[in-house]
Design a protein around this ligand. Structure first.
Ligand code: ADP
Ligand code: MG
Length: 417
């Protein structure tokens, strides 16, 4: 009696291992429905081979425990390819290895396969856990009745107490296995839904922020156009309003261009950029900001000679400006901003280091994600644009940071020779 329980327990461990394996492998593989079936088969075959080669199998436990649980599981959840393979495998292994009663096995396994497939195609999508468990237990009860009926009919006998132990184990394990598998699947589906929800949320936020920023210049433009319609307006004022209106529209236009830079970053007229000269030219732009919070700016060009990268100067400037602004904003109480350039045989390295507030691990992970900002007036779009522009110019960007110590950002571009 104890040995029967031990067999069942071993079987249960194998089945649960399969569930866990599927849980671990499936999300990584990002598979389609068809591949999922194949994955199920692969895991199933692997574990069956282990089971068959390592465990001694009692034919009755094989027939009354493993076959119904696994056939029901594969057919109800995974549909016909996986469950047909399982069905064939069970008939073959049952007959040649485990030594189950062939007629009872064929009839029983076919019945449960068909019931499981019926469930899969008709009810799986709409079933709650309780309905699923109820159907699974019902199908297995039908299987057991069919199998035992034929088994007795063909003149075999089983001690009733042993039968009771096996069946009790089967029903308990069915409940446990189906519960586990249902949770596994639900977990997976929830992750997917969450991912989608986040994506849509982001799109919504992006749209909202774009419209907000564009509405401001459009509103001013409208104001000026309205003023142009007033009577008794002199020529000079009219011209001024017209210029303001055009400015507003240009501003709106440039906002759209900036966002498109992110949405579809492309380098239109790539030409060699003199890295050192470009960086030196940027300093007058950032020094007013740095003076306000008494920040010292150091520029270190490790090489004397000029070197070039290929790209669009305006976008290159935009990247560096964003990074320098972030560095300055990270040092509200003053500090040192160091920009270092370095070049080797094939790469150009630009390092922007500050001695500011730094970031913790979590923040470091999230930078570059849209709308991630820790600033009251931040947009959380700066680094997102930087990352996409660096990428489109064939570069790479890495950040390292320590809370309270500062941040180092290094960009690597391919040297243009
Ligand atoms: P924003 O500057 O509008 O907040 P960014 O995309 O430029 O948006 O930056 C996102 C966030 O990354 C910042 O809010 C800040 O928390 C963090 N960050 C970026 N650069 C630095 C830096 N040099 N030091 C500390 N934190 C930084
Ligand atoms: Mg910024």
């Amino acid at each position: 009696m104890l040995s029967v329980l031990a067999y069942e327990f071993h079987g249960l461990l194998y089945i649960l291992t399969a569930c866990m394996l599927i849980l671990i492998v499936k999300p990584r593989a990002m598979v389609t429905v068809k591949q999922r079936g194949l994955l199920f088969i692969a895991i199933f075959v692997l574990l069956s081979v282990c089971y068959m080669s390592m465990e001694e199998i009692d034919p009755l436990v094989f027939a009354l425990y493993l076959i119904p649980i696994l056939t029901a599981l594969s057919s109800m959840f995974e549909g016909w390819p996986a469950s047909t393979v399982a069905w064939i495998a069970f008939l073959v292994c049952g007959y040649w290895i485990a030594g189950t009663e062939p007629v009872a096995t064929v009839v029983g396994a076919t019945v449960i396969l068909l019931l499981g497939l019926l469930f899969h195609f008709k009810w799986l999508r709409t079933s709650e856990l309780s309905q699923l468990m109820y159907k699974a237990l019902l199908f297995i009860a039908i299987y057991e009745a069919v199998y035992i009926g034929i088994y007795y009919q063909r003149g075999y006998e089983v001690p009733l107490s042993m039968l009771a132990v096996i069946l009790a184990g089967t029903f308990l394990s069915t409940a446990l296995v189906f519960f586990t598998f249902y949770q596994v699947r639900n977990h997976e589906r929830m992750r997917e839904e969450l991912y989608n929800a986040e994506k849509y949320h982001m799109i919504g936020q992006l749209a909202a922020s774009i419209s907000h920023e564009i509405r401001n210049p459009l509103t001013t433009t409208r104001g000026f156009l309205q003023m142009m319609g007033k009577p008794n307006i002199n020529q000079e004022a009219l011209e001024r309003y017209r210029m303001h209106a055009i400015d507003g529209i240009e501003h709106a236009n440039s906002i759209i261009t900036d966002y498109l830079n992110y949405a579809k970053p492309s380098i239109e007229d790539a030409r060699p950029i003199d890295v050192k000269a470009e960086i030196n030219a940027l300093i007058p732009w950032v020094s007013p900001l740095s003076v306000m919070s008494s920040i010292e700016i150091n520029i270190v060009h490790e090489q004397e000679q000029c070197f070039y990268i290929l790209g669009e100067p305006k976008k290159f400037q935009q990247c560096l400006l964003n990074l320098m602004k972030n560095a300055i904003e990270a040092m509200p109480g003053g500090g040192v901003l160091t920009i270092t350039t370095r070049v080797d045989q094939s790469n150009v390295y630009i390092q922007i280091a500050d001695t500011g507030i730094g970031m913790n691990k979590l923040q470091l992970k999230r930078i570059g994600m849209p709308f991630f900002t820790t600033k009251e007036k931040g947009t959380g779009l700066g680094l997102m644009v930087v990352v996409s522009l660096v990428k489109v110019m064939g570069g790479q960007i890495v950040f390292s940071s320590k809370t309270g110590k500062g941040t180092i950002c290094e960009i690597r571009y391919v040297l243009h020779s």
